[in-house]
Structures are given as C-alpha cells and as structure tokens.
Design a protein around this ligand. Structure first.
Ligand code: B12
Length: 213
C-alpha cells in the first residue's frame, strides 16, 4: 500500500485537520516536503477533479479539498522555498482573467522561490493590463501565466497580445501552464515556454532567463 494513500484520502474528503496532522507526521518521520506534496497532496486533488468530472463531486467538495490541500501546503511552503541560489531573476506570476484557480499557480510560485527567483504574485483573475503594470513596476524579466479552464485559455493569448500592443513584449519572456495548456498551444499563441508542472516550471524559467543550475 502506498504510504501516502491516507493523506491522499484526507485531501479527497476535504479533511483539513487530518491533512495537517499527517503532513506534520510525515515531516517528523523525515520525509521530504517535495515527496509529501507530489505523492500525497497533488494526487489527492487529481482524484477530486476526476470525481467532479464524473458528476460525483460538486463545487463545495472541490472547495473543501482545495482548503485541505492549502493547509498542508502552508506547512510545506517554508521548506519548499528554502533556496540554495542567489536571486536569479524577478518573475511575475498570476492566473489570467476570468479564472480563479490558484493552487497550481501558488505551487509554481513556491517552487520558483525555492529555485532562487524573486516572485511577484499577481493573484487570480488578473487582467492583461495588470500584468503589464506589475512588469513595469518591478522590472521583471519573466512572466508566468496560469489557466485551468478551456474557457480562459484565450485570456493567456489576450495577455500576450496586450504585451505586444503596449510595446513591452520584447522586454520579457513569457511562460505558460495549467491543466488544459500544452506545448503546442504555447507555440501557437507566441509564448516563450511551457511547463507541465511546478518542478519543470523552474527548469523552463531558468532556461528562459539564461541561468544555469
Ligand atoms: C480545486 C478546483 C476548483 C476550485 C479552485 C480553488 C482554488 N483556490 O484554486 C473551485 C471550486 C473554486 C473551482 C471552480 C471552478 N472549476 Co475547478 N477545479 C478544481 C480542480 C479539482 C483542481 C485544480 C487544482 O488545484 N489542481 C492541482 C494543481 C496542483 O494542479 P494544476 O492547477 O494543474 O497546476 C499544475 C500544472 O498545471 C502547472 N501549472 C499551473 N499553472 C501554471 C503556470 C505556469 C506559468 C506554469 C509554467 C505551470 C503551471 O503546475 C502546477 C503544479 O504542478 C480541477 C480538476 C483538476 N484535477 O485539475 C477542477 C477544474 C479545473 N475545474 C473545472 C471547472 C469546470 C470549474 C468551474 C467552471 C465550475 C463551475 N461550474 O463553476 C469553476 C470555475 C471558476 C473560475 N472562474 O475560475 C474543470 C475545468 C474544465 C475545463 N477543461 O475547462 C476542472 C478540470 C474539473 C473537471 N474535471 O471538469 N475549481
């Protein structure tokens, strides 16, 4: 039996207290934060998505699961953010307009911080203009755009188009991600990079800003 099965189950059932207790226990037993995240918390959420798709779960169950996962993530966050690197570059990360999913975006932010990036978190439902403002204010070299809905994927393109229209496209690299997004889509809409998960996001980010591990 997978030792993380019970933790996955706690996420699936949205049992925040159990997630907290088990996350702490795994850490006490010497498990790595990354392992608890990738083998426990995230697979639990994948089951939640499937149940929603199958009509077994509704919004309240998804919200409870998200809250439980976030509670575990809060404990792991300081450990995941411990960085061995000098700041590599600044990056603005946000979920595009019309979309309020933020767990994946938050994970990408945490892993980027752990990879030595300074992250400016733009939040969720972010209009293109706000991304541009934040890039101008911070001098970020990199932007990370997240979308979880097929209906908000076009907002990624709108954001990239706005960077072009405002004449700031050449000053930043743009990477994109989120469950419905793909490498092909990234190429199609003129993004510079795509990553399928938060670990890969760090590699892609480092490559885009020309940093070497
Ligand atoms: C939790 C959840 C919610 C929660 C969100 C809570 C929160 N704070 O985020 C709530 C209940 C609010 C919600 C609402 C809705 N949801 Co919802 N939700 C989910 C669920 C179950 C999990 C998403 C998640 O957090 N996954 C875990 C994280 C870790 O994975 P991730 O987000 O994919 O991120 C990883 C990668 O994609 C990547 N990544 C992500 N962002 C970025 C960015 C960059 C730059 C890079 C490089 C990489 C990257 O790295 C991440 C870490 O590895 C998914 C199903 C699923 N399994 O995806 C449905 C899902 C996304 N939701 C769905 C739907 C339909 C909705 C609603 C429209 C439902 C409704 N009828 O109201 C609303 C939309 C609200 C809105 N306007 O945004 C559908 C989307 C279908 C589609 N193809 O469009 C899904 C797929 C469920 C399903 N199977 O049908 N949802």
């Amino acid at each position: 039996m997978n030792i993380f099965e019970e933790l996955q189950d706690a996420v699936i059932t949205g049992d925040q207290d159990r997630v907290l207790e088990m996350t702490r226990r795994f850490l006490d037993e010497g498990r790595a934060a990354k392992e608890i995240l990738q083998d426990g918390l995230i697979p639990g959420m994948a089951v939640v998505g499937q149940r929603f798709k199958d009509g077994e779960y509704f919004i309240p169950e998804m919200l409870l699961a998200a809250r439980a996962l976030n509670a575990g993530l809060d404990i792991l966050k300081p450990l995941l953010e411990e960085s061995d690197f000098e700041p590599v570059a600044r990056v603005v990360v946000g979920t595009v307009k019309g979309d309020i999913h933020d767990i994946g975006k938050n994970l990408v932010s945490i892993m980027l911080r752990g990879g030595g990036f300074e992250v400016i978190d733009a939040g969720v439902d972010v209009p293109p203009q706000r991304f541009i403002e934040l890039v101008r204010e911070s001098g970020a070299e990199l932007v990370g755009l997240s979308a979880l809905l097929t209906t908000t994927m076009p907002s990624i393109k709108d954001t990239i188009d706005a960077f072009v229209a405002e004449g700031v496209r050449d000053s930043v690299k743009i990477m994109i991600g989120g469950a419905p997004v793909s490498e092909n889509y990234a190429q199609e809409i003129g993004a510079d990079g795509y990553a399928k998960n938060s670990s890969a996001a760090v590699d892609v980010a480092r490559e885009l800003v020309g940093a070497h591990a």
